[in-house]
Design a protein around this ligand. Structure first.
Ligand code: C5P
Length: 234
């Protein structure tokens, strides 16, 4: 189940397909994350095209709306045959349950559904002062994760440094998908709470999401394979 997910943060289909062409000769087909930028630029056609090329897809659209809207939207996303998608846990347990219902296909299969707890760009100070959430950020993240587990979701997106706490609270099979990954010898860019692929494995991440260390590398295939080797120990 564990895997490296490549965050394809490109703004056009042309760019992402040119990037994926580089992996044509690679023994492993990368699991690909499509975010809002690419999806809003290109629509469902880009999801179908990347799927047709044999990649698994994490569609990172972070839904947050009333339960009925989320249920119906998830039904549409499920028919796109993605492998993983997500919602904001802040939408409440009812909304997460509705998302799960919408995602579940007639034959009972469905993509993995994970929740965003607090965005890593939200500091504890802003969460408390602007959002009026009185608890500390670590406790809020653990609580949102347990709400997601209660709703029946498969896991959460969190910083690798939070993965262990999430697993303690929600059980070891509850999935931790962790961005904020950097090679030990590389720049942090704008990420703050970062760790290496090997350390993420030790902490218990199930999927690491890696963007610029692969997409901006001189040799993206080599960088991807280095991540796979470090994270999966393969
Ligand atoms: O380039 P980099 O490795 O920093 O990319 C990380 C990816 O993970 C980006 O697509 C970013 O939007 C996403 N992400 C994140 N932190 C979160 C949730 C998603 O960095 N909490």
């Amino acid at each position: 189940m564990k895997d490296v997910i490549v965050a394809c943060d490109f703004s056009s289909g042309k760019q992402v397909l040119e990037f994926l062409d580089k992996f044509a000769g690679c023994a492993r087909k990368p699991f690909v994350k499509i975010g809002m930028e690419l999806y809003y630029a290109e629509g469902p056609a880009i999801v179908r095209e990347i799927k047709k090329r044999g990649h698994r897809i994490f569609l990172d659209l972070k839904l947050h709306d009333i339960p009925n809207t989320v249920r119906k939207t998830m039904k549409v996303l499920s028919s796109l045959d993605v492998d993983m998608t997500n919602v904001h846990a802040a939408g409440t347990i009812d909304m997460m349950k509705a998302a799960l219902e919408g995602l579940t296909r007639e034959d009972g299969t469905r993509p993995l559904l994970i929740a965003v707890t607090q965005l890593t760009s939200t500091s504890e100070e802003r969460m408390q002062k602007e959002l009026l959430i009185g608890s500390g950020i670590a406790e809020t993240i653990a609580h949102y994760a347990s709400n997601a587990a209660q709703a029946g979701l498969d896991g959460v997106v969190c910083s690798p440094l939070e993965a262990a706490t999430v697993k303690e609270r929600c059980g070891s099979s509850f999935i931790a998908v962790t961005p904020g990954i950097r090679f030990a010898d590389a720049a942090a860019d704008d990420q703050v709470r970062i760790t290496t692929p090997a350390r993420a494995r030790e902490i218990g991440s199930d999927f690491i999401v890696v963007g610029r260390p692969i997409t901006a590398a001189e040799d993206p295939v080599a960088a991807y394979l280095r991540c796979v080797k470090d994270f999966l120990n393969e």
